[in-house]
Design a binder for this molecule. Sequence first.
Ligand SMILES: NC(=O)c1ccc[n+]([C@@H]2O[C@H](COP(=O)([O-])OP(=O)(O)OC[C@H]3O[C@@H](n4cnc5c(N)ncnc54)[C@H](OP(=O)(O)O)[C@@H]3O)[C@@H](O)[C@H]2O)c1
Length: 274
Amino acid sequence: MILVSGASGNVGGELLRQLRTEGTAVRALTRNAARAGLPAGTGVAEGDFSDPRSLTKAFSGADALFLMMSGNETAVLAEAARAGIRRVVFLSSMAVDTRPDSFIGRVHREAEQAIAASGLEWTFLRPGQFASNTLSWREQLAGGDVVRTPFARVGLPAIHPGDIAAVARTALTQDGHAGAAHSLTGPEAITPVEQVAAVGRAIGRELRHEEITAEQAAEQMSAHMPPEIVAASLEFLGDPTDAETQALPVVEKVTGKPARTFEEWARDNADSFR
Ligand SMILES: NC(=O)c1ccc[n+]([C@@H]2O[C@H](COP(=O)([O-])OP(=O)(O)OC[C@H]3O[C@@H](n4cnc5c(N)ncnc54)[C@H](OP(=O)(O)O)[C@@H]3O)[C@@H](O)[C@H]2O)c1
C-alpha cells in the first residue's frame, strides 16, 4: 500500500487519482480529513509531519511513501522505517540543482540529505515552476478580465502537476528509480502573457495581461507567503538561470508519455478558474 502525503494538494491530489485509477492500494494522509476534500471512498489517515508520533497509524501497513517537504524529515523517516515503509519518493525542487544557495534550494537540499541518510530507498523529484501556481490568479479573475503579474515576457517551462504525479507513480510502483534525482519540467517555456491567454481560451473569456513591478508583486504575495519565499520566488520568476528556462525530456523518459503543455493544464483545470 502506498501512503500519499499532500493528497489534498496539487501533486498529491493527482497522484492519488492516478493510483486509484490503476487500482493500486493507496491511503491519503492529511492533517484534517474533514477539510481535505478527498474523493469519496478514499482511505484516509490523519497525521502531521510536525508531530511524527501522530503518523504511526497512517504509516502502519504502508510499503511506500510519497513525501512532501516539512523540514522534519529525519524524525518522519525514522517513524516510517519503524512502521516498515521501504521506499520514499520525495517532492523536492529544481532549485537544489540550479540555485543551491537560495532559501528554497537550501531547505530542499537539507531535506534530501536527511532522506538519503535514513536508510530507506529514495527517489527525488526536482520540478521547476508548477502550472498550478497560476491558480493564484483566481482572485483577480473574480474581479475582472485583467491579470497583473511581474516579468511579463520571461518564459519558464511550467510543469503540469499531473506529470510530476505520473513520475512519482512510476517511481513508487516500479523498480529502477532508487537513488535517482529526476529534474522535471513542462515541454516548452511559456511567459505570463501567454499563460493568461491560455487560461482565457480555456474558460472562454478574453483576458488581458498587465505588467506590475516586482515590488508590487512582493507586496501582494507577502499577504500569504513568508518573506524568504516571496524573495526566492520572485528571483526565480524574474531572473531564471539558463538551466531553469530549458525544457527537459525527463517526464517522457520516465513515464513513456510526453509532458503536457500549459494549454492542456489550463483546459484540465478550467473549472477551477470559473
Ligand atoms: N509551486 C512550485 O512552483 C514548486 C516548484 C518546485 C517544487 N515545489 C514543491 O512542491 C510543494 C508544493 O506541492 P503542491 O503544490 O502539490 O502542494 P499544495 O497544493 O501547496 O499542498 C500542500 C500539501 O501539503 C500537505 N501538508 C502541509 N503541511 C503538512 C504537514 N505539516 N503534515 C502533513 N501534510 C502537510 C497539505 O495537506 P493537508 O492540508 O491536507 O494536511 C497539502 O495537501 C512545495 O512545498 C515545494 O516543496 C513547488
